[in-house]
Design a protein around this ligand. Structure first.
Ligand SMILES: [Mn+2]
Length: 374
């Protein structure tokens, strides 16, 4: 029997449609005036939790201030408490307000406002203490979406300096409030802006090391929220990214949704916009499940995914369930992986034999998924 497994579901997955190049009203009952964060918690409890194996613990992920704010926090905490749903992640949705660099901005006014926004997010986070799961305290994620730029100047360096100073101050503020949160940077190479500060996992690791060096920030609960799809977007290897996270003790949260293409079934892959398929069953993800298990990772696995642009509400809910069960299947199969046998073949350069072992594991993963899903 598998032990407890911690999965988190994002509020922003439940939207009426992305808009832009695809419909913005394909899921009409999920417009912001009809569907609140309280409704979201109830929906998880009624329609998602009953469909999952009992070992799965559910948390949620929220943006300040569009999804959680001073007005709704009390009501949201109450409904979470009632339904045993925990806070897994909170993040300042700075990208919705600040398009000129946010806390890294060269406009002092934007920078100051973005810094205040981060502080307010910490404050709201602490108002949710009743729904922290003991031992699995939430992650405070800094996604780099607002730290974008589009003009070549030497002052990209100045933006980087600004970023270091602002994040250091935010960390110090949070530490004074209790240091309950884990802090993770979520790197992404682009989108929203052609270039962004901290585009990769390696950049994020280096950033924390510099924050320790330059500002004395302690690294204990600092790390990365690697989104698999973000590594995949630019053709990087999310297995290798995981290895670096583990080696630097920075594996604290994950977004396991996928850019697609790598299971040979759904399209997507490098060089495309951020597609946000649910978690996939493939050899790479089974290997990551193995690595994180061996590293003792036992925290939240987030599904920062989107419904397909043609999905109705019912199908969108189904996607989330499928994503959770897909990852669980990867974890179960990973336990069956015979690493000794694999290493023996690798030593002898017999990667063809390893390939066949991996194929069998993937096939087994699909079988396990089916038995969960039926
Ligand atoms: Mn994404």
């Amino acid at each position: 029997m598998k032990g407890k497994s911690y999965h988190s579901i994002c509020r922003w997955t439940f939207n009426p449609g992305k808009g832009g190049f695809v419909p913005s009203n394909i899921r009409p009952s999920w417009t912001s005036d009809r569907f609140s964060t309280v409704d979201f918690v109830k929906l998880i409890s009624e329609k998602i939790k009953p469909r999952l194996p009992e070992n799965i613990v559910i948390g949620i992920e929220l943006h300040y201030d569009t999804e959680i704010n001073e007005k709704n926090v009390k009501e949201v905490v109450d409904v979470m408490k009632e339904n045993n749903i925990y806070l897994a992640l909170i993040t300042p949705g700075a990208h919705s307000h600040f398009a000129y660099g946010g806390v890294a901005s060269l406009d002092p006014n934007e920078r100051r406002q973005a810094e205040e926004f981060g502080i307010k997010t910490v404050d709201i986070g602490y108002e949710m203490k009743k729904v922290f799961l003991k031992g699995k305290e939430p992650t405070f994620v800094l996604w780099n979406g607002s730290w974008g730029y589009d003009i070549a100047t030497p002052f990209i360096k100045k933006m980087y300096e600004n970023l270091k100073e602002s994040v250091a101050n935010l960390c110090k503020y949070e530490e004074k409030k209790g240091g309950e949160f884990y802090f993770a940077i979520e790197p992404k190479p682009n989108e929203g802006h052609p270039s962004m500060l901290i585009p990769t996992v390696a950049s994020a690791i280096l950033f924390w090391k510099k924050l320790n060096e330059d500002y004395g920030i302690k690294l204990g609960k600092k790390g990365i929220n690697k989104e698999f799809g973000h590594s995949e977007m630019i053709g990087l290897d999310h297995i290798y990214d995981t290895v670096e996270e583990i080696d630097n003790k920075m594996l604290i949260h994950m977004h396991i949704n996928s850019q697609g293409y790598n299971d040979g079934i759904v399209l997507g892959g490098p060089g495309k916009f951020d597609i946000d398929h649910g978690a996939r069953i493939n050899g790479m993800n089974i290997v990551i499940a193995k690595l994180i298990k061996e590293a003792g990772f036992d925290r939240w696995k987030g599904h920062d995914m989107q419904a397909r642009p043609y999905d109705n509400e019912e199908k969108a809910i189904e996607r989330v369930i499928r994503s959770i069960l897909s990852w669980e299947s990867c974890e179960i199969v990973a336990q069956k992986m015979n690493t000794k046998e694999i290493l023996n073949y690798l030593v002898k350069r017999e990667t063809d034999k390893v390939e066949d072992i991996m194929k069998d594991l993937v096939a087994e993963g699909f079988r396990i998924f089916k038995s969960f899903y039926e």
